[in-house]
Design a protein around this ligand. Structure first.
Ligand SMILES: Nc1ncnc2c1ncn2[C@@H]1O[C@H](COP(=O)(O)OP(=O)(O)OP(=O)(O)O)[C@@H](O)[C@H]1O
Length: 247
């Protein structure tokens, strides 16, 4: 839950008095035009960026001042807007390394992480969940863009998060890959809460339980997808007529 969260870069107020609550198991989408502050908000929640004021409450604790790894240990996971997989390691190794990092065992990055059954089993299960089981042995660098996004997702879900922050998972993916990612995320829904920042409105309206609209760092409104879709303020301020919604 975010209470009055704020971040300023020099004179530019990027997030301002943001109040937002994500219910357990909910998929909460945050939409808004370019530069609205969505990525900044994700960075504040994950701890990459310190907040100037306000509070971040997570699983009953105030985590506002905790370091990113301490938040991760409490169950906060994220994927990045920029693909962050290790290209020379196989898909399975990438996920196994994520398991190893979570377990906090000695970080034998160049050991054969995927050969350990304790790492291999959950890693393989996570790959299967995102539809990459058949690609387990492929070096991550050889995966398509959409497959890399799915791999990032596997690396996040294998840590069994309570809340997964997704920063534009559909960015740069083709139509087919987007549809595949929507199916994967739909299957994961309910297992843990997700906060989805996404420009692809088809994905947002197909997945979200709740949508918050962020404009110039402020939440303009929030509600169920059907409420947001019909709100004249949203249509005027952001959605315009360029977007066709799938009903
Ligand atoms: N480190 C930084 N220093 C200064 N200004 C920044 C910094 N990071 C972001 N900004 C500015 O803050 C504003 C919000 O950026 P942010 O990336 O959070 O927006 P966004 O809603 O995620 O946009 P997009 O949809 O394009 O990803 C922008 O005007 C951006 O230029």
């Amino acid at each position: 839950m975010l209470k009055s969260l704020r971040k300023q870069f020099g004179g530019l107020v990027v997030t301002d008095s943001v109040d937002l609550a994500v219910a357990p198991g909910e998929l909460h989408a945050v939409i808004g035009p370019n530069g609205a502050g969505k990525t900044t908000l994700i960075n504040q929640i994950s701890g990459v960026l310190p907040s100037d004021s306000g509070q971040i409450l997570f699983a009953g604790h105030d985590v506002t001042r905790l370091a990113p790894h301490e938040r991760a240990r409490r169950g906060l996971a994220r994927t990045f807007q920029i693909t962050s997989v290790l290209p020379n390691f196989s898909a399975l190794e990438n996920v196994a390394i994520a398991v190893q990092a979570r377990a906090g065992t000695s970080f034998r990055l160049f050991g054969d992480a995927a050969a350990e059954p304790a790492l291999n089993r959950p890693a393989m299960a996570a790959l299967a969940e995102v539809g990459l089981a058949a690609r387990a042995d492929v070096p991550a660098g050889h995966l398509s863009h959409g497959e890399k996004r799915a791999l990032e997702l596997a690396m996040a879900i294998v840590t069994e998060p309570k809340l997964l922050l997704l920063d534009e998972p559909m960015a740069g993916t083709g139509r087919e890959e987007t549809a595949r990612l929507i199916t994967v995320l739909r299957r994961l829904k309910g297992r843990f809460a997700m906060m989805l920042v996404e420009h692809d409105m088809t994905a947002v309206f197909a997945l979200a339980d709740h949508i918050s609209v962020l404009i110039y760092g402020r939440i303009l409104l929030g509600g169920r997808p059907d409420e947001v879709r019909e709100d004249p303020q949203v249509v005027a301020a952001y959605l315009g007529d360029e977007i066709e919604f799938e009903r």
